[in-house]
Design a protein around this ligand. Structure first.
Ligand SMILES: *Cc1c(COP(=O)(O)O)cnc(C)c1O
Length: 394
């Protein structure tokens, strides 16, 4: 099989050669346990410190506010459960949104079983949270607001600075899942008044299974893993040294090339979206223009199933997704598309194509053409389409 056309960068990315190159010596030459005393280990300890500095710099945090984790889901879970249980004496109310990643939503459901109350804020048709509604939802009992920086399905970028300012004025902790935003949107945790922020390496050309939680100095949070003194005793266990090194390099590259990277992606994204919207009875999900992630497109095609589109595209060598990688395989439509007001039958026919570093204009052209053919072929077999042609809108 020839090399597939990869348009699922929001699910994961390849590891950049420059990232891999920095990682390799930490599997082989410098394998010492960072906690040991001899000089072999000093190299690994130094490497972790350097990576911590790089990650901190990428979001304008202090190095001692960065805690490495096993990825984005772990950082999300830690932020929610850690803050909830450590601040239970202050209140038991948490505010989040209906369009969060499952790492947030399922952690909230778990907390609800343990005596916490969770408000799931609605969003408008573009996926934006209303500041007014957020302000109204905050009570004396609220301890934490968790609102994602940018959405993984429809690319909506929230007004994080305003949300941060509001939370600060209400003296409520503010966590944001910035897994999709990192490397795509400038992040400054100080200026944006962010107390906790989740990151993952594998969405920015780093290795899978590595991420971090930024915890602002002074935030009360329970330790995640009890054991040794790693991560200042907050997350015990011998560090994933090579992964951490790769993450540090990935953040450095992502942040230094951000403008060039996102301008390139926006041009390709807009070409893709415009091409796909020429297909009859299609619509764009999520915002158009500036508050959309540079590499994200999400389109609905009426009268067909998203899963069927994906299978046919796969047979043509195109890797795409119908929403979040975690929900495909289930028959429920995406919770994000339902939250922006799409009816079930339309939400089922959605296609997410997310672009990245290796995407070319030729690939975009090929994908537009292929999706057009696939949609036509599926509609030709669809009784819904047949009824629609005979009887029009019911
Ligand atoms: C991918 C993703 C996660 C999960 O990160 P993992 O490293 O895969 O655990 C969390 N939130 C968002 C928005 C994501 O896109």
């Amino acid at each position: 099989m020839s090399k597939p056309i990869y348009m699922d960068y929001a699910a994961t990315t390849f590891v950049k050669p420059a990232v891999l190159e920095e990682m390799i010596p930490y599997f082989t030459e410098y394998f010492g346990n960072p906690s040991s005393i001899y000089s072999l280990s000093r190299e690994t300890k130094k490497a972790i410190d350097k990576a911590r500095d790089r990650v901190a710099k990428g979001i304008n945090a202090d190095s001692n506010e960065i805690f490495f984790t096993g990825g984005g889901s772990e950082a999300d879970n830690w932020a929610l459960k850690g803050v909830a249980f450590a601040n239970y004496n202050k209140g038991n109310h948490i505010i989040t949104t209906q369009i969060e990643h499952h790492a947030i939503l399922h952690a909230c459901e778990y907390l609800e079983k343990h005596g916490f109350q969770v408000t799931y804020l609605p969003v408008d048709e573009y996926g934006l949270v209303s500041l007014d509604e957020l302000e109204k939802a905050i009570t004396d009992n609220t301890i934490l607001v968790s609102i994602m920086f940018a959405n993984n399905e429809i690319g909506t970028i929230q007004s994080i600075s305003e949300i941060g300012k509001l939370c600060k004025s209400k003296k409520v902790l503010f966590h944001t899942d910035a897994v999709q935003a990192l490397g795509n949107v400038p992040i400054d945790v100080k200026e944006m008044n962010i107390d906790l922020l989740s990151m993952a390496a594998h969405k920015i050309y780093g290795p899978k299974g590595t991420g971090a939680l930024y915890i602002r100095k002074g935030v009360k949070i329970d330790n995640l893993v009890h054991g040794g003194a790693q991560e200042r005793a907050r997350r015990a266990g011998t560090e994933n040294v090579a992964g951490i090194v790769g993450f540090g390099k990935a953040v450095e590259l992502a942040v230094s090339n951000m403008e060039e990277h996102t301008n390139h992606l926006k041009t390709l994204r807009d070409k893709l979206i415009n091409g796909l919207l020429k297909i009859p009875y299609s619509r764009l999900n999520g915002p158009s223009g500036t508050n959309r992630l540079a590499g994200n497109s999400n389109i609905c095609f009426r009268f067909i199933e998203g899963e069927a589109i994906l299978l046919l595209l796969d047979s043509m060598g195109i890797c795409a997704s119908s929403g979040s990688a975690c929900t495909s395989g289930s028959l429920d439509p995406s919770h994000v598309l339902l939250a922006i007001g799409l009816p079930h039958e339309i939400a089922h026919g959605s296609l997410r194509l997310s672009l990245g570093d290796n995407t070319t204009e030729e690939e975009v052209d090929y994908v537009i053409e292929s999706v057009g053919k696939v949609v036509q072929r599926l509609r030709d077999m669809s009784p819904l389409w047949d009824d629609f042609l005979k009887e029009g809108e019911k």
